[in-house]
Design a binder for this molecule. Structure first.
Ligand SMILES: NC(=O)c1ccc[n+]([C@@H]2O[C@H](COP(=O)([O-])OP(=O)(O)OC[C@H]3O[C@@H](n4cnc5c(N)ncnc54)[C@H](OP(=O)(O)O)[C@@H]3O)[C@@H](O)[C@H]2O)c1
Length: 261
């Protein structure tokens, strides 16, 4: 299916690896020019070169921390009027809420709630004026099914989810073909998941393979998701065909969430 977004421009945040990279690749395959960000310059430049070589699109790499005002300013300078915005950043660390300080909370809220809100604020009115806009926020299945040790993530991402639920439904945006949706990953085989599995193995004394197998068995699909399939869902939500889908939380988790709704 032609997604109808050839020649559009996307700002894809935190995209040198993992789910962000998956989104960047699927958009590039559709002919979307990209500005991608990450903190580490080497991996980011390598990803930009890889995508540009494979797909005939322009890819601009902007190294920086997207959770800081400077990082966002640099990204927006390179991409002041994106047609598509994919919000992403690293997730906060796990732990016990009794040990978290106000600063820990501010950091999590800055990264996983206020950063996407700032970027939405900077871009959606321009999208509305041009009559096309797609915003996809990468959040987490923990928004629907909270994980106790991920309290910082549960809290900050739920704040973003509440904000999006309201702003996506404003007629100024929805009637101007600007949509805002959240993509909720379950367990995806990325560096982040690998690090979690290695941590689990160390703690339990089991091998990494054992921990991975055990985890897979908790998912009805009996496997982890791939960045490619995540990217394809993102690209569809960014497509011309998805203009009537807004304010939604799309769970991609191999059936792991046990509820009806
Ligand atoms: N994978 C999963 O199973 C899963 C499940 C639920 C939720 N999530 C969430 O989905 C998001 C992406 O996860 P992932 O698995 O794709 O992680 P990943 O494989 O570790 O990749 C993270 C990417 O984001 C970049 N990044 C991280 N912090 C950044 C920052 N402050 N500014 C700019 N770039 C930044 C990293 O590059 P640099 O380090 O060089 O900056 C890298 O390119 C995270 O928020 C994660 O919590 C993932």
């Amino acid at each position: 299916m032609d997604l109808g977004i050839k020649g559009k421009t996307a700002l894809v945040c935190a995209a040198s690896k993992g789910l962000g990279k998956g989104c960047a690749i699927s958009l590039a395959r559709e002919g979307v020019n990209l500005v991608i960000t990450a903190r580490g310059k080497d991996a980011l430049d390598a990803t930009a070169a890889e995508i540009e070589k494979k797909y005939a699109v322009k890819v601009t790499a902007v190294a920086g921390d997207i959770t800081t005002a400077e990082g966002r300013a640099a990204a927006l300078k390179a991409c002041p009027s994106p047609d598509i915005l994919v919000n992403n950043a690293g997730g906060p660390p796990p732990g016990d809420f009794r040990n978290w300080s106000r600063d820990d909370w501010i950091k999590a809220v800055d990264a996983n709630m206020l950063t996407p809100i700032e970027l939405i604020k900077a871009t959606v009115d321009g999208m509305a004026a041009r009559g096309f806009g797609r915003v996809v926020n990468i959040t987490s299945s923990a928004v629907k099914a909270p994980i106790d040790i991920l309290g910082l993530s549960n809290g900050a991402r739920s704040g973003l989810t509440g904000f999006v639920a309201g702003v996506a439904r404003t007629s100024k945006l929805a009637s101007a073909n600007v949509t805002i949706n959240n993509l909720l990953p379950g367990a995806f085989d990325t560096d982040r998941l690998k690090a979690t599995m290695e941590g689990g193995a160390k703690k339990s004394g089991k091998s990494v393979e054992e921990v991975r197998d055990q985890r897979k068995k908790t998912i009805p699909a009996m496997r982890f998701g791939t960045a490619e399939e995540f990217g394809e869902t993102c690209a569809f939500l960014c497509s011309r065909h998805a203009g009537y889908i807004t304010g939604q939380n799309v769970l991609i988790d191999g059936g792991a969430y046990p509820g009806t709704y």
